[in-house]
Design a protein around this ligand. Structure first.
Ligand SMILES: NC(=O)c1ccc[n+]([C@@H]2O[C@H](COP(=O)([O-])OP(=O)(O)OC[C@H]3O[C@@H](n4cnc5c(N)ncnc54)[C@H](OP(=O)(O)O)[C@@H]3O)[C@@H](O)[C@H]2O)c1
Length: 262
């Protein structure tokens, strides 16, 4: 299969990309910057993998247009950023930036790829990286959590729309719990920049930072294989589920939350 992954510099997308390539798929691994593309290409060349690496800053239309020329069976929309801070504090520009990467850009790439897949009657898959944070809102991560709720809702709407066309294209959500990739630490450290002296939370700043750091230290899964296995299953299965969640304990917790709290 021909697969395109965004935001594949490191972490979950990197491991997913090289695993898929080593299983015989042809993978386009894309990165935020040209420098990261050069570095990633050196790695995939050294591993002798069937991978094409290029820069795709998802926020730039001219970069997104590159997908129009590719024949893709599977899109994995993975690129994302996290913004930390209270709903009462985070500047609107940062919320827009968060939604630009996590929502609007993904939406546009899905439109570009999805229309072509359907018109060409492809047995294609659109895989969207969401998060359990889009289901269970975390205090002081409101911008990030709402961007993930939004992308999940968009994906579910699209999945239901496509049913009407009897198209073979499938829309699949990946909802990981917390994994140690450095992503969450960058998001938490952002709280510092977004709580200034004017903030009603100014005197709670240390406590908020310490609590979230502790929470992620406890829940973050060090090994990424449990989520990568789910993404591989979503890519390769003839009858993929509409949603995949991992790791196991956080999956169970999410289920309980949905039954008793939501
Ligand atoms: N780790 C977790 O606990 C967790 C849990 C649930 C969901 N997720 C989701 O998984 C993704 C993060 O994966 P990860 O944890 O493996 O961390 P990661 O490696 O930091 O992944 C984020 C990727 O997105 C890229 N990116 C950021 N802005 C971009 C842009 N404008 N254009 C293209 N790429 C851009 C980053 O590149 P640069 O670093 O070069 O900017 C990076 O490669 C996000 O969608 C996140 O919501 C993660």
């Amino acid at each position: 299969m021909k697969i395109l992954i965004t935001g594949a510099r490191g972490g979950i997308a990197f491991l997913t990309g090289i695993t898929l390539a080593s299983r015989g798929h042809f993978v386009y691994m894309t990165t935020h910057t040209s420098e990261e593309a050069i570095r990633l290409k050196e790695i995939t060349d050294a591993l002798n993998l069937k991978v094409i690496v290029f820069k795709l800053d998802v926020t730039l239309e001219e970069d997104r247009k590159q997908v129009d020329n590719l024949d893709i069976d599977v899109l994995i929309n993975h690129a994302g950023i996290g913004v930390g801070g209270s709903v009462l504090d985070v500047p609107i520009d940062k919320i827009k930036e968060n939604f630009d990467v996590n929502y609007f850009s993904s939406y546009d790439i899905v439109k570009r790829v999805g229309n072509r897949m359907i018109k060409n009657n492809k047995n294609g898959k659109i895989i969207i990286m969401s998060s359990t944070a889009g289901i269970i809102p975390i205090p002081f991560l409101g911008s990030y959590c709402s961007s993930k709720s939004a992308i999940s809702t968009m994906a579910t709407s699209l999945r239901r729309e496509i049913k009407m066309l009897k198209s073979k294209v499938k829309v699949i959500l990946i909802e990981p719990g917390a994994y140690k990739t450095g992503f969450n630490q960058i998001m938490i450290s952002d709280i510092d920049t977004n709580i200034d002296k004017e903030s009603v939370f100014f005197h709670n700043k240390e406590k908020i930072y310490a609590t979230l750091t502790k929470l992620f230290n406890v829940i973050e899964k060090r090994k990424l294989d449990s989520i990568v296995v789910k993404i591989i299953e979503a890519v390769e299965s003839d009858k993929p589920k509409s949603k995949y969640r991992a790791p196991l304990l956080q999956r169970i917790f999410t289920k309980i939350y949905l039954i008793f709290v939501k």
